[in-house]
Design a protein around this ligand. Structure first.
Ligand code: GLY
Length: 406
């Protein structure tokens, strides 16, 4: 039997004016059209993602869609493989639909082998979003916890104590090529925090904190923006330079990188209670929200310094990640900031839920959002749907319901 779970029920009650955090006289939530918008988007997501799951062969995962609307898939080794199972888990959490749970389980176990993939730092994105969500939502430690801990062990192998950071890209023991660390790597620390909780071994926690500290030291510019890539000497650990890979220039603020930093430092604060990480998340948020290049509708250009603004392409994925991060961050800050972060996140979600970004059922390769950007410099995945844009959009919509009202 498919019963709506508490989250879905709460949204329904709020919409009907029965529930919510206030008394029966509280009309603010009853009248809030954003919650209605969120429910429509999440219900559409359930339909789209079942269609997508039917369309993708059992051994593959969805990546994007081609210009003619056909689905582009990938094997579990690609860095985004955790997002489709993760989205299915989030939608199961929303809808309480056992059909979604079965689909989520199948796609999760499909990528189990990635727990041993030492090829790059993306093991956190892959395993935490799939197995991590499975564990959080089902509470089944017997089946899911060992995979999370094994994956974290693999990620530890990419940590060199001389450098004091996880090597994001490049061969493990290569001492000739620069040791590359990217801001995206902050997103993979959650896997390590989870592994310490599950195993009691503080090694994972200590490596995560060391990586965060050295990212804090080396990745940021005085204005609060970050480099995409920092290169270190693999022999001495000396910082050599900051540069970009997917941004407009070495000195520019690549939008998704800023969003990864915002989300990563917010999450690292949640896992450590260390005020320095909260301060960094606030610095990033203020850089983004005060930025004259942020459009009025809240969805950023693919780079805050992109050539051609205001005609430059937007990146819905960066907007979705920002919205989700801001909805968490608003719980940790003073009332003024909380109000600003929440309203900024809501604005992004309203825009992404509109017809310019949210696809109709059966279109867009069954992805939810249109208009994301993988890499403009590589001319790869430009102005297309992307599986991670959908994941953070769904997460942010669900966070709307769990955060406190002003
Ligand atoms: N982590 C890769 C990207 O954001 O494109």
């Amino acid at each position: 039997m498919n019963l709506p779970n508490l989250r879905h029920l709460s949204l329904l009650l709020v919409l009907s004016g029965i529930g919510g955090c206030g008394s029966s006289g509280d009309t603010s939530r009853r009248a809030d059209p954003l919650r209605e918008v969120a429910t429509i988007a999440l219900d559409r997501a359930v339909t789209q993602y079942k269609l997508m799951d039917d369309a993708v062969p059992d051994s593959l995962l969805p990546r994007t869609s081609a210009e003619d609307g056909t689905l582009v898939t990938h094997r579990p080794g690609w860095w985004t493989s955790g997002f489709f199972p993760g989205s299915l888990w989030l939608l199961y959490e929303y809808a309480g639909d056992t059909d979604l749970k079965e689909r989520a389980e199948a796609r999760t176990w499909l990528i189990e082998g990635e727990k041993d993939n030492l090829g790059d730092h993306d093991i956190g994105f892959k395993i935490n979003n799939s197995f991590g969500n499975a564990l959080r939502i089902t509470g089944d430690t017997t089946r899911y916890a060992p995979v999370v801990v094994d994956a974290a062990q693999s990620l530890l192998r990419r940590f060199d104590p001389t450098v004091g950071l996880i090597r994001s890209w490049g061969e493990l023991d290569d001492t000739d090529e620069p040791y590359l660390v990217i801001i995206d790597n902050m997103m993979n620390l959650a896997l390590l925090f989870r592994a310490t909780e599950l195993s009691g071994d503080s090694t994972f926690f200590n490596v995560a904190v060391t990586h965060a500290d050295n990212t804090l030291r080396d990745h940021f510019r005085p204005d609060g923006s970050s480099y995409h890539v920092v290169e270190y000497s693999p022999r001495t650990g000396e910082r050599m330079r900051g540069r970009t890979n997917q941004g407009a220039a070495d000195s520019s603020a690549w939008a998704r990188g800023q969003a990864w930093g915002l989300y990563g430092f917010t999450e690292t604060y949640r896992n450590t209670d260390d005020r320095r990480y909260l301060d960094q998340a606030i610095t990033i948020a203020d850089f983004l929200l005060d930025n004259p290049a942020l459009p009025d509708d809240g969805v950023p250009y693919w780079d805050f310094d992109a050539p051609g603004i205001p005609d430059a392409l937007r990146d819905a994925s960066a907007g979705a990640i920002m919205a989700s991060a801001l909805l968490e961050l608003q719980d940790y800050v003073d009332a003024n900031r909380a109000s600003r972060y929440r309203s900024s996140a809501e604005k992004i979600l309203r825009t992404l839920s509109g017809p310019e970004y949210l696809a109709e059922v059966g279109t867009n390769g069954n992805f939810l959002l249109k208009h994301s950007v993988g890499s403009v410099p590589a001319n790869s995945e430009v102005d297309v749907p992307l599986t991670y844009a959908d994941y953070y959009f769904i997460e942010a919509l669900l966070r709307l319901d769990s955060v406190s009202d002003e």
